[in-house]
Design a protein around this ligand. Structure first.
Ligand code: NAD
Length: 476
């Protein structure tokens, strides 16, 4: 269905055409006045844009150099294995030789195109591929991005764009100056769930959007892995958590509301993962025979060797044997993941709330929470004619006129290619759109321009200023 037809069909619905009668409980709803029927009304599935295949439509194959061969570098380069006619990895760069060679071998990269530090990629002063994928840590985005743009590369740039507002704006100016494509990895925008939600909002089925409540539940073990023990624990080395984790959410709010954010006020702090909360006798590392290990939900041995969560950082090559994982926790290269959560050098808040006002008075309340049993963003959108509530897997639309809730719950698993594409399918869908954009030299194939991506980052910097000063901050 093309977009115009879709909007038309939603408009008809909004005018009151009743489709089916849902079973309230099956839709996860509790209003006793709802009529009962056989099951949830999933007619939204037919009305929203179909889930696009990951197969790209390209003019020609594009070549890329992967800078940073860790988790994200591997995620995006998988696309080249799936669609070799569309994308080819011709270069790799990583300061860790084993990671560089593992990815280099997988893609048969020539030895002279295997680089250590990203500066080696640019040392020859000319372009060696169509694009670079910048997948280095947060404090190593600015320099390679600025250099790559000046040499004429198109860029897939991991978020956060850079560590300061000034650097973000310099990247924006550089992209304009050299007229290059920059795709910021706001992957949620590319997930079918959020695309469908936004299509419904844009159709007018909710009337005018008045406000949004949005929550990002990080999940307690994920919090301990990434923001207490792991790569993003120190806001100064990386970025404040509102950018490191939640720039996706600010971007999604900006995208759903489709108006610029004018002001923001934020609060939050690190309350729990601190030395003063350490149980008596807890050693520096969980692997040092902790006396309370059996009763601690943050026990690294349990999280990694038994629950087998977040194993991507251990370079296991698929070997999930508990003994091997324990060996990694004892190995100096990975030992920081064995640290007691109360004895880390972390400063990221474990709860963060903010309120935003957008043009026209639309408000959004956002809450990032460490202490939840599950992940998966929760969103409620309040409009003058309807309401949406979703949990990242499905969402329900309430029409105030028909009072018949309708559910969107399309399954990505129905499309084999999407298997293993993280962020609700957004990771590889972004790769597809980037490949198409570079192949056709058409940035409009991306969900967002670099300008809008920077705008949502500016919201994040304003939020952090507000959290620190206690003042409401203008977003500009
Ligand atoms: N879009 C998303 O949803 C998402 C999810 C996770 C991470 N990220 C972002 O992606 C980036 C990478 O995260 P990751 O989880 O892949 O980290 P990672 O640690 O797994 O990988 C980063 C790699 O960069 C390499 N590296 C470091 N310095 C380098 C240099 N000077 N030159 C070349 N290589 C260098 C490291 O050795 C490492 O292998 C971060 O900015 C992170 O915030 C984005």
């Amino acid at each position: 269905m093309i977009r115009r037809d879709f909007l038309k069909s939603c408009g008809a619905l909004a005018a009151g055409a009743a489709i089916g009668t849902p079973l309230a409980s099956a839709a996860g709803l509790t209003d006793p006045s709802l009529p009962l029927a056989d099951g949830p009304d999933t007619s939204l599935n037919d009305l929203t844009l179909p889930i696009r295949s990951l197969k790209p439509e390209v003019k020609r194959q594009i070549t890329v150099i992967v800078i940073g061969c860790g988790n994200r570098g591997n995620v995006y380069s998988r696309y080249a294995e799936m669609f070799p006619d569309a994308m080819k990895v011709v270069g790799v760069s990583d300061i860790l030789p084993d990671r560089k060679d593992r990815l280099g071998n997988r893609h048969n990269v020539a030895q002279d195109m295997r680089f250590g530090h990203f500066r080696e990629v640019f040392a020859c002063g000319k372009k060696l591929a169509d694009a670079v994928l910048i997948c280095t840590p947060d404090d190593r985005h600015y320099e390679p991005c600025m250099t790559a743009l000046s040499l004429g590369y198109d860029v897939l740039l991991e978020k956060p764009v850079a560590q300061t507002k000034k650097e973000c704006k310099a990247i924006l100016a550089q992209a304009h100056k050299y007229n290059r494509i920059v795709a910021v990895c706001h992957v949620l925008r590319y997930s079918p769930y959020f695309i469908a939600m936004r299509e419904i909002v844009r159709s007018g089925a909710l009337g005018d959007v008045v406000s949004i409540q949005h929550m990002e539940p990080i999940q307690y073990a994920h919090m301990s892995h990434s923001y207490v023990r792991g790569n993003w624990r120190d806001s100064k080395e990386t970025t404040p958590i509102i950018l490191a984790k939640s720039c996706h959410d600010l971007d999604i709010l900006r995208w759903l509301i489709d108006k610029p954010c004018k002001s923001i006020v934020a609060d939050g702090s690190l309350t729990f993962f601190k030395a003063e909360n350490a149980p008596a006798g807890a050693p520096a590392y969980c692997t040092d025979g902790c006396p309370v290990g059996d009763t601690c939900p943050y026990n690294a041995i349990d999280i990694y060797t038994k629950q087998k969560r977040h194993l991507g950082v251990f370079d296991l090559d698929g070997n999930r044997d508990p003994e091997v994982i324990l060996g990694r926790l004892l190995n100096p290269r990975y030992k920081s993941y064995a640290r007691c959560v109360f004895h880390c050098d972390n400063d990221q808040p474990d709860h963060y709330v903010s309120e935003m006002v957008f043009e026209g008075g639309v408000t959004a309340a956002f809450s990032m929470e460490a202490f939840s049993p599950w992940g998966g963003r929760r969103t409620r959108i309040m409009g003058t004619k309807g309401f949406i509530e979703g949990d990242s897997a499905q969402f329900t639309l309430w029409d105030f006129l028909t009072r018949t809730p309708k559910v969107w719950n399309k399954k990505l698993s129905d499309i084999a290619e999407y298997k293993g594409s993280g962020h609700g399918g957004g990771d590889l869908a972004l790769a597809r759109d980037f490949v198409e954009a570079v192949s056709w030299q058409d940035p409009a194939r991306l969900s967002s321009t670099i300008d809008v991506s920077i705008e949502s980052h500016v919201m994040g910097f304003a939020a952090e200023r507000s959290r620190k000063t206690g003042r409401k901050e203008k977003v500009k």
